[in-house]
Each structure stands twice: as C-alpha cells, then as structure tokens.
Design a protein around this ligand. Sequence first.
Ligand code: CP
Length: 314
Amino acid sequence: MANSYRDTFTGPHLLGIAGLNRLEVDSLLDRTADFMVLNRQRNKHSDVLGGQTLINLFFEPSTRTQGSFELAGKRLGADVINMAIKSSSVAKGETLIDTAVTLNAMHPDLLVVRHSASGAAELLSQKVDCAVINAGDGSHEHPTQALLDAFTLRAHFGDLAGLRIAICGDVVHSRVARSDITLLTLLGAEVRLCAPPTLLPGSAREWGVQVFYNMGEALDGCDVVMVLRLQRERMTSACVPSTREYFRYYGLDRAKLSAAKESALVMHPGPMNRGVEIDSEIADDPNISLITEQVESGVALRMAVLAALAEGRT
Ligand code: CP
C-alpha cells in the first residue's frame, strides 16, 4: 500500500469540511483509493491501527456511518467499542461532556461522535486527549459523508471541476448538504440547491450556490443529482403539506430526471424514504444510481480518515 501521505491531512481531528484545504482532501481521497483495493480482497486486514482503541459514540441512530467506522477500525486492527447509548449512564442523566471525559480516562486513540447538537464534536475535542471524528452534529456537518461522496464522484468522473451537481430536498435540516456544498465547491463543481422555500435556510444564497424551487429548472443540464432525505424527526412544524404532494413536486422520478443530462447519475446519502424524495425505479437502477457505491466508498474513506489521524498522532 502506498505510504506517501505525510504533510497532507494529519488531523488532529476531523470536525468538518470547513478548514480542510485541497491538498488535505486529495490526500484522503488518494488513501481511500488504496483502501478500496484492500477491501475488495479476500484478506481485508491491515495493522495500521494495531494496539489502538476506537470508540463509536452515537447519540443518534445510524446504520452506514456507525457500521462502516466499526468495520474500518476492525479492518485496520484497532480494538473497537460501540457504546450502546440507551444502556449507558447517559440514560441515567450523565452529560455529554462527563461521558466523554469518562471514556477519555480509558485512553482511547480515536473517538467517533454523532450527536443531535451542532458543535458537539468540536466541544468534545476540547475535552479529550484523542482524535475526534465528527460523524454528524445536528444540521452542521457530516464530513465523512461529503468525502465519500466526493470519492464516489471522482471514481466516475475523474475530476469534479466543472460538474453541475443539484442537491435536492430537505436542505435546511441537512448536515450532509452543508458538508457537500463546501467540499464540492472546493473541488470546482457548480452546485445547485432545489427545495421548497420551507426546506431552504434563508442564508442558502450566501453559500456560493444557485437556488431553485423548481426541479425542472434546477436539474437542467446536471451531471449529478443528489437527493436528500426528508428529515421528519427534526421538523418542529409541518414543512411540507403532505409526503404525497412533496413527491409530486420534488420527489426524483424519471420524468424529473429527464431535465438532467442523459448520462446523469443519482446519489442519496441514505437512509431513503422511497416514494417520498426518490422513486424506487431510480434508486434501484444500477445504470444511474450510485447509492450502493456510496456505501462501499464509505468504509474505505473511513479507513483513510482513521489511518491519517493515527499517523498524525505518531
Ligand atoms: N448517511 C448516513 O449518515 O447514514 P446513517 O445515518 O445510516 O449513518
């Protein structure tokens, strides 16, 4: 495996895409390519994290992110603990910081955190001695999702410069959208947002993107359509009249996708609400859907992040 990544991304933490530069991003994506090769072999083990401890601390549900960080840590030889929050002392009222300080006393090397509060990962990084990785904090950032998305696109298009990418759906609640916008624009893509006004933050026009309310206009000439989940669990009031009506105007189906380039590819970070933001016919079409490739990239990308942070601590 290549070993020429020094002086690029070395941490000390991965809290967001904001703050990363192009060289750091490229070094992580290059490392990911190497781990993609390893992950397709029968023996997927490396000892990059031999003797080190990784703790997954997820205060919100997760399948892809938690599962892939667990696999990533194990494939790199780390001891991995998944804290079961519901049966931990959090259920007795222990605070986020007390939980982190308690875990820190057990000398972990890497702490992966998902929390409903924006800024939670950064706060923990100030309280612990190990590397902290933000696995999603409120509506703020989900950096490893954006990096795996960029890697998946790089695998298909080579260079992201000049690609026209529409991010559609529940932008206001989406940490994925914020991280993706920052990263895709850093890599030279033209990013468009499309959602009903109730699902777009007022500040969206200041993000260096074009804003649309109509899918036909937004998808015109697009190379990629990235669909976001309608995050009903974060809505404090009804942001859409009904999921049926939402699908009619914003759900990605063949008719709406026809506004994009004929060669356009479709992404979704998951989990999907089928028939709400995306039609199964699109999600399950292997000729246009990158959704399972995103999941595969996620394991390798998280291996790359863990390896880089561990290297930065030596
Ligand atoms: N994309 C994503 O973060 O999925 P999970 O919630 O399953 O981790």
